[in-house]
Structure formats: structure tokens, C-alpha cells
Design a binder for this molecule. Structure first.
Ligand SMILES: [Fe+2]
Length: 225
């Protein structure tokens, strides 16, 4: 066996072992710098102050708190965070935390360079998508129904740099997100008002409507710090 083979086999075995020990979702151990650990504690403290069913103002307030926290991270801590989650080739959703009562969940998402999602909703949950590293474009739409299909009306396009967030809610909210860098992965923090298990993707028809495709949300790993 060559050294190249060994390099690939060891992480795969570790991944398989972690996968089997956590009922299907592997736990990934991080090697974060102290600043990133302190940042995560700030995030947890801000979310702990959320009311159980926050109104739009409360969600915006916590988004501002999280943004301020993201901006306090220095570049080396941010890049270490990104490196711990991103592998440059796969869109990766890592579960960070959830409220004990299920009222919110927190994920880190790593975006390969130039990665673009499908048009999708968030099953009516409120959400905050905060950029920690890189630049994401968020194209926002409002959904109307056309029989069994959907009409999507463009609302606005956001260009989110570090510390910028898209804040949303409601059944009619649909968006598509793109990592605008062709050279680096992006990293974002996502908080949803519940557990996002199922959602919809929207695929354009030839006649300008959109087919509605039910999807199951995938979590690639749980964070262990
Ligand atoms: Fe989304």
C-alpha cells in the first residue's frame, strides 16, 4: 500500500467509526483556536436569551448580536473555523446545537467555491443565515401557488459579506444561495426556529412555473468541541 493510500484510509476509518457510534451522524472533533471556542460560547449565550417563540424583532436583535460576535473573530480564527468544516469539494452541514425544547437549531455550513443551492424554502421556520467567511449571494423570492406548482416572484438579491445576515420567516419565503468566490470556500452560521427536517425545492418548468419537490434535510456531522 502506498503512502497516498494510507492517507486516505485513516480518515475514512475514523469517519466510519464515528458514524457507527452516533447512530448515523458522525461527530467531528474540531481543533479550533481559543478565539473560536470563545466565539461559540458567545453564540450559545445569545441564543439562550431567545424567547421560545420570538417575534421578528427578537430574531433581528439576536441576528445583530451574532453579527457583532462574527466581526470580533480575527482572521486566523475565522480561517481555522472554515478549515475545520470545509473540504473544498462538498457542501457540508454540521449541526452545532439545538435548544433542549426544539425551539431552534444551529448549523455551520461550508460552501465549496462557486457552489449554488437549488431554489428552496425552510418549511415556514424563521431563520438567520450569517456569513462568517467569504461572500454569499442570497436571491430571495416570494412564493405564490399555481395549482400543484408554484410561482416565484423575485424580491431582492443580497450580497452578504462577513457579519452580514439574511433574516427570514414564513411559508412563502424561498431563496437560492451562492458562494461568490471561485477560489475559496465560504462558511456561514444558520439558526432555524426548530429542526429543519423536511423542506421543498423548486424546479423551473418550461412555462415559467415551478415544480415543488419535497426534500429531506441532511446533516453531515455533529460538532464536538
Ligand atoms: Fe437556505
Amino acid at each position: 500500500m502506498t503512502a497516498f493510500d494510507l492517507d486516505l484510509t485513516r480518515p475514512m476509518l475514523a469517519y466510519a467509526s464515528a458514524y457507527l457510534s452516533t447512530g448515523g451522524i458522525p461527530t467531528m472533533t474540531s481543533s479550533w483556536p481559543a478565539a473560536a471556542h470563545a466565539w461559540l460560547q458567545e453564540i450559545r449565550a445569545a441564543l439562550a436569551r431567545l424567547p421560545q417563540q420570538p417575534d421578528r424583532d427578537a430574531v433581528r436583535d439576536v441576528a445583530d448580536e451574532l453579527a457583532a460576535s462574527a466581526l470580533r473573530l480575527d482572521l486566523s480564527a475565522t480561517r481555522a473555523l472554515t478549515a475545520s468544516v470545509a473540504d473544498y469539494t462538498h457542501y457540508h452541514r454540521r449541526l452545532v446545537d439545538g435548544a433542549g425544547d426544539g425551539s431552534y437549531s444551529t448549523l455551520l455550513i461550508a460552501w465549496p467555491r462557486s457552489h449554488r443551492t437549488a431554489l428552496h424554502d425552510h418549511a415556514g421556520l424563521w431563520g438567520i443565515e450569517l456569513v462568517l467567511d467569504g461572500v454569499l449571494e442570497v436571491e430571495e423570492f416570494r412564493r405564490g401557488d399555481a395549482g400543484l406548482r408554484a410561482d416565484l416572484v423575485p424580491e431582492r438579491t443580497l450580497m452578504l459579506g462577513v457579519g452580514d445576515a439574511a433574516v427570514f420567516d414564513g411559508d412563502a419565503y424561498v431563496h437560492r444561495c451562492t458562494n461568490k468566490s471561485s477560489t475559496r470556500p465560504a462558511l456561514s452560521l444558520h439558526i432555524y426556529g426548530g429542526t429543519l427536517d423536511a423542506y421543498h425545492e423548486f424546479v423551473a418548468d418550461a412555462d415559467g412555473h415551478y415544480a415543488i419537490e419535497p426534500q429531506r434535510a441532511r446533516v453531515d456531522a455533529r460538532l464536538h468541541t
